[in-house]
Design a protein around this ligand. Sequence first.
Ligand code: A3P
Length: 311
Amino acid sequence: EEKFTSSFRKGYIEVNGFSFPKRYEELKEEFDNLEVNEEDVWICSFPKTGTTWTQEMVWMIVNNMDFEEGQVNLGHRSPFLEVSIVFDFRDLLKNVPNFNPPPFLQDSLAFVRSQKSPICMKTHFPYQCLPTQIQNGVKKPKMIYVARDPKDTCISYYHHSKLMEGFKGNFEEFCELFLAGKVNFGPYWKHVLTYWGLRNSPNFLFLKYEDMKKDLSKVIRQVSEFLERPLNEEQVKILTKHLSFEEMKKNPAVNYELVCDLNKRFKLTEYDGVFMRSGSVGGHKDVMSPEMIKRFDEWIKENLEGSDYVI
Ligand code: A3P
């Protein structure tokens, strides 16, 4: 944990068996008591599993593929509920001149509350930490979960941690943290399998990154049907192109340029990388040692014992 040295990481706590940034303590009640609107769509995921990709898809479908409005930053169009616990900007706001991140980054709860429904909400919260109204079934907004092969997720998360969270360790060290469930929102399996348990609820859709890579148009049709927002084949074709890795990589509204620029400008991290990194399936094969792959395979087998979940 001491390997995370960035100025906006202030230690970790355990919440319902998950690793959370310490700031959660202060805001827990507000998250628990959040007033949920059934018109909203909740996009839930473990970090680095294709959240941004899913957010842009869902927002476009919900908003009739409004490409003009779609030029607004995705963080504004599809707010990240708990970004305030991941990036605690309070010290920076106080001490760094000209530091002025957009409202959706400054106070995510206030921002979410200020938005008109339907919101396409992003959250990395495990099911166990969603607002009480969702957990006790009083409110049933549509929810979409996206999952990804844990080895590819781990690599993506390693780069993300360097890019966004000032992680100073090497890849092997990050793998250890990942396997031990000590990265933000870990452990991975507890996160994925709890949501997997909800897959047959009518208001719930479970997606996989690998299926999106294999046949994006098919997933777009599936999501539009689930959201009851029909698209014709021409629209599916246009949206498929818009959501391709190449298009998203060069789209400043979704490629996190804004956040990366803030990081660089205010020297929040020293790593020079991009958010839209490789967007591939099976990339771990080029990076993970055979020993580490074996460790992951055993860990996968152990965690999936008795489950019908397939990676
Ligand atoms: P890589 O780091 O493996 O490239 P999240 O949005 O949950 O943080 O996930 C980020 C991952 O999704 C990154 O993976 C990113 O490149 C990938 N991604 C984003 N948009 C994508 C797209 N249109 N097609 C394929 N992968 C995409």
